[in-house]
Write a protein that binds this ligand. Structure first.
Ligand SMILES: Nc1ncnc2c1ncn2[C@@H]1O[C@H](COP(=O)(O)OP(=O)(O)OP(=O)(O)O)[C@@H](O)[C@H]1O
Length: 374
């Protein structure tokens, strides 16, 4: 990795007294390289905004340290951190026009007027807000305010750009266009950006690495592909990916030379011993119970598979989502063709062992992904 743009070490955030208040962020440690785009992804209340606000300096750190570009900043005022932030609540200066809001930091840094004008013009074009530059924040829509706030952050030269739900108010089409442009803008200039989002499409599209958070705890910090292919635990496995990963509890056994994963309702997935690598096989056979997971795209129908009953069937225009009652629960499979299956129809499903994710039943931590140990 290139030089560190941000180092967070053992950071805790309590709202209220330390060790007694709300423990919003728990022992967070992460390092972000210069030029990286990182998404903090998680559901509401997972601690992502608290993390961003501690980096910016709008919330105090209860414990631990934060360094930006090699300089400890967690005790400094926000203006001393050389960090630019676009806020979810926009926080534009009401008495200033959109142009003045965007130019504010550049003027304060005494950049020549011609340079300020050309920077404002190019970012306004990028964000499609050229027509509202002379308007005041109170007279523009929420989506326009959001883009103005984003422009005000991106225009600055800073060690770190923090973007809090930067496109939450925008329509899907505009959001998709801007995502591409913003990523290009950030990469072209070698900026380092951290964005907070609960939208995994946004995280996948923009970020080099995604930090998945839940309950104030960092669950996994990795590339989008690795998070999909090698989820660290049941939480990331089921949180990231659409439709979500199917999961079932299973008893592990060995019968007639086969490894059996016994599911509720007397069903069993049976695999040749050699279907798994020796280390994975050993880990499996060392346990009585596990949780198995399979992505809906990896479930196949096959004549000699395990029986299930269709409970829903939806054609989405480019793929079919089939839900089936299976092993005392529900299983979703995705097929690329238009599949005509009546509700209540019997099907048989099979799961290739290379697509099987296995998790520890007690901790939820991943044991194996296909052939490889986690
Ligand atoms: N000022 C505050 N006082 C007390 N508790 C707070 C405060 N701000 C946040 N919290 C709590 O801290 C936890 C983390 O909140 P945070 O806003 O960081 O989560 P988030 O993942 O960004 O959520 P959202 O997506 O809804 O903004 C939540 O339980 C929240 O209720």
């Amino acid at each position: 990795m290139s030089a560190s743009a941000l180092t967070i070490s053992g950071v805790d955030k309590f709202y209220g007294p330390i060790d007694r208040g709300v423990h919003a962020v728990q022992n967070l440690t992460m390092e972000i390289g210069k030029g990286e785009i990182v998404a903090l992804l998680g559901s509401s209340g997972c601690g992502k905004t608290s993390t961003l606000r501690m980096i910016a300096g709008f919330e105090e750190v209860s414990r631990g340290t934060i360094s930006v570009a090699g300089r400890q900043v967690h005790r400094l005022a926000p203006v001393k951190r050389n960090v630019a932030m676009a806020f979810e609540g926009y926080s534009l200066y009401p008495p200033l026009t959109v142009r003045e809001n965007m130019a504010f930091a550049l003027k304060a840094a005494r950049l020549p007027k011609s340079e300020v004008d050309s920077k404002v013009a190019s970012i306004a074009k990028l964000l499609e807000i050229e027509d509202i530059l002379e308007r005041y924040p109170s007279s523009i829509s929420g989506g326009q305010q959001q883009r103005a706030s984003l422009g005000r952050a991106l225009i600055r030269e800073a060690d770190l750009h923090l973007l809090d739900e930067p496109m939450g108010q925008l329509e899907p089409q505009l959001r998709a266009v801007l995502r591409g442009r913003i990523k290009h803008f950030i990469k072209e200039r070698g900026l380092t950006a951290i964005l907070v989002t609960h939208d995994q499409t946004e995280a996948n599209a923009l970020a080099d690495r995604i930090a998945v958070m839940e309950g104030g705890v960092l669950q996994q910090f990795d590339t989008p592909d690795r998070i999909k292919q090698r989820p660290a635990n049941l939480f990331t496995g089921t949180f990231v990916g659409e439709p979500p990963m199917n999961v079932f509890e299973a008893y592990v056994g060995m019968n007639a030379g086969k490894i059996n994963l016994r599911l509720p309702d007397g069903l069993s997935l049976d695999y040749d011993k050699d279907a798994f690598s020796a280390p994975v096989r050993d880990e499996l056979l060392n346990r009585e119970r596990v949780v198995i997971g399979v992505r809906p795209y990896a479930v196949r129908r096959s004549k000699d598979g395990v029986p299930a009953t269709v409970s829903a069937n939806q054609w989405l225009g480019d793929q079919t989502h089939i839900a089936a009652d299976f092993a005392g629960g529900s299983l979703v499979l995705v097929e690329h063709d238009r599949t005509r299956l009546e509700l209540g129809a019997p099907i048989n499903i099979s799961i290739d062992p290379k697509n099987l994710h296995v998790f520890d039943q007690a901790s939820g931590n991943a044991i194996s992904h296909g052939m490889e140990l986690a």
